[in-house]
Design a protein around this ligand. Structure first.
Ligand SMILES: Cc1cc2nc3c(=O)[nH]c(=O)nc-3n(C[C@H](O)[C@H](O)[C@H](O)COP(=O)(O)O)c2cc1C
Length: 163
């Protein structure tokens, strides 16, 4: 992400890759009384070069919070490469009857494959971005990506399938 000299950070290839390799994102919102709320969302993707979209399938509290208070924080990590990003942004709720829904929701609808009805698109304009690294990146900087992935497979009891 290019943060310098730009009010709105732009999505770069590293960000896009980590979004694609993250099974879930965690969407944090704030309730009217200031109560924090954070829940996982599987259906999320980049939209254009400055926006993340998330499918509201069953996210009643997140949607209600955003309507009252649009500031959100989203984090996601590629658990095998042990890295990801955190963004802060302003979210809006887009209903299916609104004109932007088709364009904003196209990729989410493709990902949902008809199995999961999307009630709204949660559209998040990215305002700030920061990297998330596992501590092993600073503790063991000499490790290769392959070694990090092997270590994660072993920690999580995962056997990768050759593709
Ligand atoms: C693995 C997993 C993936 C999920 N993906 C989504 C999703 O993409 N969209 C969604 O609306 N809810 C998703 N959920 C369900 C919400 O996290 C869940 O309904 C939650 O209670 C909603 O909380 P909220 O009302 O505070 O947003 C997922 C849950 C799990 C466990």
């Amino acid at each position: 992400m290019n943060e310098l000299g730009s009010k709105r950070p732009k999505i770069n290839p590293a960000f896009r890759t980590d979004v694609q390799n993250s099974v879930l994102c965690w969407l944090a919102t704030v309730g009217a009384d200031g109560t924090p709320n954070v829940t996982p969302k599987e259906l999320f993707c980049c939209h254009g070069d400055d926006r993340i979209v998330v499918a509201d399938i069953a996210s009643t509290i997140s949607v209600r919070n955003i309507i009252n208070h649009p500031k959100v924080c989203v984090s996601f990590v590629d658990v095998f490469r042990q890295r990801g990003f955190k963004i802060v942004g302003s979210a809006s709720i887009v209903a299916p009857e609104e004109v932007e829904f088709a364009q904003l929701g196209a990729e989410l609808l493709r990902m949902a494959g008809g199995d999961f009805p999307i009630r709204h698109v949660i559209s998040i304009g990215i305002e700030r971005v920061s990297r998330i690294w596992a501590p092993s990146y600073s503790l063991f900087p000499e490790r290769t990506e392959q070694e990090r992935m092997q270590s994660a497979y072993s920690a999580y009891g995962v056997t990768p399938i050759e593709r």
